[in-house]
Design a protein around this ligand. Sequence first.
Ligand SMILES: NC(=O)c1ccc[n+]([C@@H]2O[C@H](COP(=O)([O-])OP(=O)(O)OC[C@H]3O[C@@H](n4cnc5c(N)ncnc54)[C@H](OP(=O)(O)O)[C@@H]3O)[C@@H](O)[C@H]2O)c1
Length: 285
Amino acid sequence: MSIVVTGATGQLGRLVIEELLERVPADRVAAVVRDADKAADLAARGVELRIADYSSPATLKDAFHPADTVLLISSNDLQSRVAQHAAVIDAAKEAGVARLVYTGVLGGPDADFLLASAHRETEDLILASGLPYTFLRNGWYTENYTSQLATVLEHGAVVGSAREGRVASAARRDYAAAAAVVLAGEGHENIAYELSGDVAWSLPEYAAEVARQTGREVVYTDLPAEDFRALLTGAGMPADFAVVFADVDDAISRGRLAVTTGDLARLTGRPTTPLAATVAEALKA
Ligand SMILES: NC(=O)c1ccc[n+]([C@@H]2O[C@H](COP(=O)([O-])OP(=O)(O)OC[C@H]3O[C@@H](n4cnc5c(N)ncnc54)[C@H](OP(=O)(O)O)[C@@H]3O)[C@@H](O)[C@H]2O)c1
């Protein structure tokens, strides 16, 4: 009867495990990973490792046990993630887990951008499985932006095609804390949480915040979607990824990621991490 976290060696997964270890004993936590070496530090802290690959259903057979509470962290493989998620859901059903928690996207079935379709299909598969579930519909991570700070500072520019659209982002750790609360706690069965930051900000405001904290000139340059895609592919991004990235900015320009429900702060019991704090942390790093 463990709390099982898939994708546990990923950035979000590691934070979820950390947050869980603050709430429950380590012998109640299991990590599904595909590379045991990468998870050696988790094993050293008393977390049970279960080795499995989303792409290999046979390996998922022993990943889950009856009455486990399982967090399926969505795969980062944009091409095949629905099939991968389906394999995890099948294995969870076969094992008879108590609840399947899934990290989807803000807006759930109403999210109309390209990245959202795999999440919609996965939620449908989970509903069809009949397993008790919790959907964590995560908004954007602030780190999606701050991880590019070196490039921003090199060019003195944040570049996008989101116009004045706003993003209610939060730090990965905020989403991880919410996941831990939902995994370790009671009363979250068959609920979808729309998780996002308390404050929505625009890319021009983000550029201004970086300028304020660095004392450097940083401006926001808005490009038509086609030019933004060309810029991304010119910088080495595969064309299909560039289409998805530019589509995200289109969604932002239409306010799709600006929704502030307060669910995230309510679950964690504290305000979400402000943009300025995540910028400051990234500049320190
Ligand atoms: N809300 C947002 O702003 C946002 C932004 C980016 C991504 N996402 C989504 O949120 C997820 C978690 O974010 P993150 O930052 O933690 O991503 P991440 O660091 O790339 O982690 C992805 C995790 O998925 C695991 N994984 C990928 N393919 C797998 C497979 N075939 N079998 C087993 N595990 C597999 C990876 O395992 P390894 O450690 O072995 O590589 C890794 O642990 C992403 O995968 C993506 O779906 C959301």
